[in-house]
Design a binder for this molecule. Structure first.
Ligand SMILES: NC(=O)c1ccc[n+]([C@@H]2O[C@H](COP(=O)([O-])OP(=O)(O)OC[C@H]3O[C@@H](n4cnc5c(N)ncnc54)[C@H](OP(=O)(O)O)[C@@H]3O)[C@@H](O)[C@H]2O)c1
Length: 258
């Protein structure tokens, strides 16, 4: 492993929050590993970042994270890199009433939003949990803390991400690991997300929504979470305020006798 250089991995870095997060980490002098399906976009983003920060190493990886084998291959392909931060950002929505939804599309969303996050988080934790300064950040949603109508399955996948990551964060603390795990929970943010979730050609956030954040603002919130000692960074649905806090979900005390 090349121990001198440290890298930040960002999945879903070809657009939206992932793209803005890549630029925010680059501005702080971090080498990057950017993953998504659109290699052309990743190459453009690499060129854009290198033109501004020529000292940085930017590695790009084409991967379809709905395929478990590709998740394992992605991780294996990064064995020679020293990964300080891993951000599981890639995710999609798919709006609709459950009775009317295409089950194959639901499965695809579940594989991306839950399976890939679990596989990549687990592999990263296994290898890096005892390395000082390492962080895992997983993207949930405010819909991962409040069930959103017409968006129930997506909401449920994000409840999973929150529960998994909060639980992992507690487990890491309780077992004396050096790695920390955190959850970012955005509310509506202007990206490709609404277009994809609605399966439409375009979506004008300024016309359709009363409130939303820009992707760059959301990347700024992610950096606040990264810099903090808190586990959760959530945009409150009621007022769109960004709040840093301790884990939100109830957590059981062990039943075993000691
Ligand atoms: N925008 C919002 O309102 C909002 C609110 C709450 C939470 N979030 C969460 O924020 C995260 C980022 O979303 P965003 O809003 O930035 O949306 P976005 O602009 O649509 O970006 C999604 C990213 O995920 C990648 N991706 C999609 N399917 C993939 C696959 N099968 N394999 C690998 N990469 C894949 C996309 O790249 P390719 O298409 O090139 O693969 C893209 O880079 C998601 O987890 C989302 O659930 C968003």
């Amino acid at each position: 492993m090349n121990n001198l250089k440290k890298y930040t991995v960002i999945t879903g870095a070809s657009s939206g929050i992932g793209y803005e997060t890549a630029k925010a980490f680059a501005a702080r002098g971090n080498n990057l590993i950017l993953a998504a399906r659109s290699m052309d976009k990743l190459k453009e983003i690499k060129a854009e970042i290198i033109s501004e920060f020529s000292e940085l190493d930017v590695v790009v990886r084409k991967v379809d994270l709905t395929v478990a084998e590709e998740c394992f291959k992605l991780y294996d392909s990064l064995r020679d890199y020293n990964i300080e931060t891993w951000i599981n950002n890639a995710g999609v929505g798919y709006y609709g009433y459950i009775a009317e939804q295409d089950v194959a599309k639901l499965q695809n969303m579940m594989r991306l939003n839950m399976d890939s996050v679990t596989i990549l988080s687990s592999l990263y934790v296994r290898d890096y949990r005892d390395i000082e300064g390492t962080q895992l950040i997983n993207l949930s949603s405010s819909a991962g803390y409040t069930i959103v109508p017409y968006d129930v399955v997506y909401s449920a996948t994000k409840f999973y991400v929150g529960a998994f990551t909060e639980g992992l964060a507690r487990e890491l603390k309780e077992t004396g690991a050096k790695m920390v795990a955190k959850v970012l929970a955005p509310s509506a943010t202007e990206t490709q997300f609404a277009k994809v979730a609605n399966e439409i050609e375009s979506f004008d956030y300024s016309k359709e929504l009363l409130r939303y954040h820009k992707a760059q603002e959301m990347a700024g919130f992610l950096m606040e979470l990264y810099d903090s000692d808190f586990t959760v960074g959530i945009v409150e649905r009621e007022n769109y305020r960004f709040v840093l806090c301790e884990p939100i979900f109830a957590y059981a005390t062990p039943l075993v006798k000691k």
